[in-house]
Design a protein around this ligand. Structure first.
Ligand code: KIV
Length: 271
């Protein structure tokens, strides 16, 4: 059995090497200690403390309401459960768009108070100054292009992005800009597979897809979606690896029955 000190941590440099040798990068979200421990123990390369916590943990319709304090709470819980994976934390809506000083302050709070290893920001040229400022403080930055859920009220829909040439060209330009600024990777969300493939070929840093087809450098999903904890969300790109909703509801139903029937606790379960 390996000890903590023997485990080689995943770094941004290792991710770049993985892209170089064509090894796919695995990435999954987590928001709490117990789930993060399981995701890490399974061998995940990158754990994202996504602002999707706003949806799956807090029950909000969008990612907009979650606060920086709440993200730090989730991130510090995750960090305590992780021994190997690189932990990346979303900067929440409103914590980096105002100006670059605010962005830097938010990123530093996340790094200092949670112990995470990197931050993720949504957008391209619009947030260039914030990306530069955060990177200048030595904080690794992951970009996020395509369907950026913090802009959902601008898009008006969760439909596939960048189908039209102008938006596809802007996405390509933004990916190249983020590479040039020094980002270590970019999430490409819900864009045509052909475009994602071109971006992954033309940009040297890893492109991590979600609904972006197979020809990118890695894949990310929301853990509640892929484990079937959530049943309502069923986009085409989602593969369900378990039906935990049914398993959990059945187990809880059995417990309720056992309590009502006076079957639980039995003599062996009492002091
Ligand atoms: O918040 C999140 O979970 C994300 C992923 C969908 C990439 O940003």
């Amino acid at each position: 059995m390996s000890t903590h000190s023997e485990i080689k941590r995943i770094t941004t440099h290792i991710l770049q090497e993985m892209k170089g040798r064509g090894e796919k990068i695995s990435m999954l979200t987590a928001y709490d200690y117990s789930m993060a421990r399981m995701v890490d123990a399974a061998g995940m390369d990158v754990i994202l403390v996504g602002d999707s916590a706003s949806n799956v943990m807090a029950g909000h319709e969008t990612t907009l309401p979650i606060t920086l304090d709440q993200m730090i709470y989730h991130a510090s819980s995750v960090v305590r459960g992780v021994k190997r994976a690189l932990v990346v934390v979303d900067l929440p809506f409103g914590s980096y768009q105002g100006n670059s000083s605010e962005a830097l302050r938010s990123a530093i709070r996340i790094m200092k108070e949670s112990g995470a290893h990197a931050v993720k920001l949504e957008g391209g040229s619009e947030i260039k100054d914030s990306v530069v400022r955060i990177l200048s403080a030595g904080v690794p930055v992951m970009g996020h292009l395509g369907l950026t859920p913090q802009s959902i009220y601008k898009f008006g829909t969760y439909a596939v992005r960048a189908r039209e040439e102008a938006e596809a060209q802007k996405l390509m330009d933004d990916a190249k800009l983020l590479e040039q600024l020094g980002c270590f990777a970019v999430v490409l969300e819900k864009i045509p597979a052909k475009l994602a493939r071109r971006v992954a070929e033309e940009v040297s840093i890893p492109m991590i897809g979600i609904g972006a087809g197979p020809h990118v450098d890695g894949q990310v999903l929301v853990v509640h979606d892929m484990l079937g904890i959530n049943k309502e969300f069923s986009p085409k790109f989602l593969r369900r690896y378990a039906d935990l909703n049914t398993i959990i509801e059945d187990a809880i139903g059995t417990y309720i029955r056992d309590v009502k029937n006076r079957d639980f606790p039995n003599e062996k379960e009492a002091y």
